[in-house]
Write a new protein. Structure first.
Length: 523
């Protein structure tokens, strides 16, 4: 990963509070202007500075936006956002209520119905069915997403007003508890109300207390980006920039080297060097220039201009009777124009940095032309398993913020429920979980079927060994088989001679034998 430096600086609190402020740029009191973009452009003078990852937050946002304009990176962000926000078909919501006892039946039915209805209403109030995907993608891109909670007169619940990421200048943090106290927002932000702007007076920033800001973040306490989150693009910037430079150089090479060129061997005979040089210039001008008659102030003359189409015209050179003279040969254009292995190398590296399976980013064929698996077998299976776990970790980083907001909504609605009894979470990524379960079930069944054909192996033991069934699972299965087959105790069955068909005796079959012995089920 590229090294980051000067991510933030600690400066005194703007209003003299007992806290510290993580501020980008100079001290807020002086507000000396820094041209972030000129700093960024000056770092592109050499290759080393070009691929170097900046430590400045505002400049880094510019780099993320540049990456997002790339087709592959933008598609990767869309894919991760799609996987993080699947819709539950039962309630058409991206969230679900998870009870701490993991068994919904043990929770009072009225509580279950109330929470589902409240979750649906809360989602509709904040239009999460349309906004959630954009919120998640914003967090993935920048590492953070901010909203100001504004209460309109006559409304019980505050509205969420989106705050541009660049309008958040700093975050105040308490020295003792290390908790966020307030956020500093530009007074020019459209998310602020007129009252909030008036309170700022002549200041260029407004301090908004923590409770009035909704902060979605990919903050991880192991990172050094506190109190801001870290974008999923952070680790991939260097690779992206290298690939971008390589693509540009490839295009330049193809444009410059693609056309064929001609080599002129001009016969100068026994001319002196000075005369041969003049003669070569004359031949070159004759070939590359064209004569145009002009009339300047009544004086007619012939002017020579450069002819860009001279390479497409016929060329005539004199040749003496002995066959000696000038000749022209064609110089081949640049070779290896179809070689793309270096581009593919950095592209695969970029996908690995974004933790996106190649099968998600390539349509039908991979870079070398081999058919891509559908994600259910082989290497692609492992890649998608890791990708699902990655998206679930990202979901967990955002679950807490949505859960806290929903429980605050319940308080405002005066819905009396035990908040420790439940949490709301994103729905798990759906497709791959089904594929993985089906693939595993198929493998277990095939292995069990092979073991079941061995006559001296117990079926119950084979179920435990090769189907991974517990004793409880086996007993549950036996109870259901008894109901389906009508087994109610030991039964007697006649034993017949297979040759004559005569009854030679009887045999008792207890319940266990009726379940596992195929002969016990024959009439």
């Amino acid at each position: 990963m590229a090294k980051t430096t000067d991510y933030y600086k600690i400066v005194p609190s703007y209003r003299g509070g007992a806290g510290r402020l993580y501020q980008i740029g100079n001290d807020i009191k002086t507000r000396n202007t820094i041209d972030m973009y000129s700093v960024a452009s000056s770092q592109t003078q050499t290759l080393r500075n070009t691929v170097k990852f900046t430590g400045n937050r505002m400049v880094r946002y510019t780099l993320y936006e540049q990456m997002d304009r790339d087709i592959d990176v933008g598609r990767a962000l869309d894919t991760i956002a799609d996987e993080m926000t699947p819709i539950n078909p039962d309630n058409n919501l991206p969230f679900d209520v998870h009870y701490n006892n993991d068994i919904d039946d043990e929770v009072d039915e009225s509580t279950v119905v109330t929470l589902r209805a409240a979750l649906l209403r809360w989602s509709r109030i904040h239009k999460l069915d349309n906004r959630l995907w954009a919120i998640v993608r914003q967090v993935l891109k920048y590492g953070d997403c901010f909203f100001i909670k504004v209460k309109v007169d006559g409304e019980l619940h505050p509205k969420w007003r989106f705050v541009n990421i660049r309008d958040v200048l700093g975050i105040g943090v308490n020295n003792n508890t290390n908790e966020i106290v307030y956020y500093q927002i530009k007074t020019t932000s459209r998310a602020l109300t007129k009252t909030q702007k008036d309170e700022a007076a002549n200041s260029k920033v407004v301090n908004i207390k923590k409770d009035d800001i909704l902060h979605f973040s990919l903050f991880d306490e192991t990172k050094e980006t506190f109190p801001f989150g870290e974008s999923v693009l952070a680790n991939s910037y260097r690779t992206f920039k290298q690939m971008e430079l390589l693509e540009d150089s490839l295009i330049i090479y193809r444009i410059v080297r693609a056309p064929e060129r001609r080599v002129f061997y001009v016969d100068t005979g026994k001319m002196s060097p000075a005369k041969s040089h003049k003669y070569l210039e004359k031949v070159k001008n004759d070939v590359r220039q064209r004569r145009i008659p002009v009339n300047r102030n009544g004086v007619k003359s012939v002017d020579s201009t450069y002819n860009p189409e001279s390479m497409l015209e016929d060329i005539f050179l004199a040749q003496p009777a002995d066959g000696r003279g000038s000749r022209i040969e064609t110089l081949a254009s640049g070779g290896n124009l179809g070689e793309m292995d270096d581009i593919y190398y950095f592209q695969d590296k970029l996908f690995r940095g974004l933790k996106i399976p190649v099968s998600y980013m390539v349509n039908t064929q991979d870079n070398q032309g081999a058919q891509i698996a559908d994600g259910r077998v082989g290497t692609a299976y492992i890649q998608e398993l890791r990708f699902v776990r990655f998206t679930m970790r990202l979901q967990e980083l955002l679950d807490g913020t949505f859960d806290a907001e929903f429980k605050q909504f319940l308080e405002e609605e005066k819905i009396n429920v035990d908040f420790g009894e439940f949490t709301i979470k994103f729905n798990e990524p759906e497709n791959f979980a089904i594929y993985r379960e089906l693939e595993l079930a198929g493998d277990l069944l095939n292995t069990f079927q092979s073991a079941n054909d061995i006559p001296f192996m117990s079926k119950r033991w084979a179920l435990m060994k090769y189907m991974n069934w517990s004793e409880e699972d086996i007993q549950t299965n036996e109870a259901l088989l008894k109901q389906e087959r009508g087994i109610k105790g030991t039964v007697k069955k006649d034993v017949t001679n297979p040759d004559t068909g005569e009854v030679t005796g009887s045999e008792e079959f207890d319940e266990m034998r009726q379940i596992y012995d195929p002969s016990a089920n024959q009439e």
